[in-house]
Design a protein around this ligand. Sequence first.
Ligand code: S3P
Length: 463
Amino acid sequence: MIGAENRSPRRSKVANLSRSSHDAPSPLKAFRSGPLKGRARPPGDKSISHRAFIFGLLTVGATEISGLLEGDDVLRTGAACQALGGRLERLGEGRWRVNGLGVGAILSPEETLDFGNAGTGARLMMGVIGGHGIEARFDGDASLRKRPMRRILDPLTLMGAEILSEADGGRCPIVIRGTSEPAPIVYRTPVASAQIKSAVLLAGLNAPGETTVIESEASRDHTEKMLAHFGAEVQVAAEGENGRKITLKGRPELRPAPVIVPADPSSAAFPIVGALISPDSDIVVEGVMMNPLRTGLITTLLEMGGRIDALDRRIEGGEEVADLRVRASSLRGVDVPAGRAPSMIDEYPILAVAAAFAEGETRMRGLHELRVKESDRLAAVAAGLAAAGVSHAIEGDDLIVQGRGEAPGGGLVETHLDHRIAMSFLIMGLASRQPMAIDDSRMIATSFPSFRPIMESLGAQFG
Ligand code: S3P
């Protein structure tokens, strides 16, 4: 008790925001359910939610956020923002106010920044710390500790940050001492990654000059859009056939700007595929962000013959959104080009499920980045398909699924602390002949805490 009273306000607020995930695994089963019917709105976009907290921290004054994803990953980022001196208030469901300190004014955290399962939060915040004259220790759960951070540490080192300690070739726990004078650099990202791009741009916010990131394949553009929204000078130009060049003028005076978070297309993917593969389904998934750098799955499902209609296309919070009507469909196998991967990088596990219910072969090309997500998703998807009795193969970086219009099911899937593996195979169980079980459903709370009630409201049966 005495210890608790003596804690500084920054420290105790962190404890309040972060949730513990140390309880026991929570297995779950999905049963063949009737048709899915009704309307549902998935939670706010995870990428934008992380960034909303971070931009709030880096802006002097009050940033109001609505529609925020209140998942564990985002709350970890919120806790980190508080540890750096931001003040976060929850005003209501999904409604938050962040009182920030501004670029150049954030403080060294007193404790380790524990990002739990959140790779995006950790990597973006490494960029923030790297560009400030402060020091922080980054850590997370067993999944985060396996993820490669060298891709972030390398450009930050070029900008002048020091890596004081790291585990196992650039893995967490990592201690970074940032620099108050980050060098403005021109950086070409080695892989199409919005996280690398964003870390460099966030470090570049405090650089006395222009920071440029060049990507040979365009990745999600939420950071550049939000930089502009908060008043920074940022230019985006085409680079080569599919790439982009983003140039940011450092040391802007960011101005508070309201953030309205649209529904996450990566979470919408689960009810969408659930409805496509469950006979006689007819649902509407509301308010889904249709940013073209995020809609690769919709493009692919349409090519497969999915009956998906975008209704009431409109602009919300600077992003195009639509209500998606989805009806059960006879799907056919397709060839998914590698160039589409950045626009659907998180959606391959659920696409593999759709592919199992299609007729014919689906080949998904160029999936090397899947090996370094919350789990080795290529291996985890293959193991899940095997557990469900679905023929498949991995050839190099390609995943090939032999669709038979149905799946036997009846297996137990190891989720490896990966929320998208968990949700994908539960969705499979809604339409496979035998139920599908997963070893642990806890991680679903990182990105889609309302997954179970939302799916149940549409008719899904879990137990
Ligand atoms: C994200 C970028 C992607 C994605 C992740 C969220 C982001 O990662 O997989 O879930 O918000 O910037 P990469 O940048 O590593 O591809």
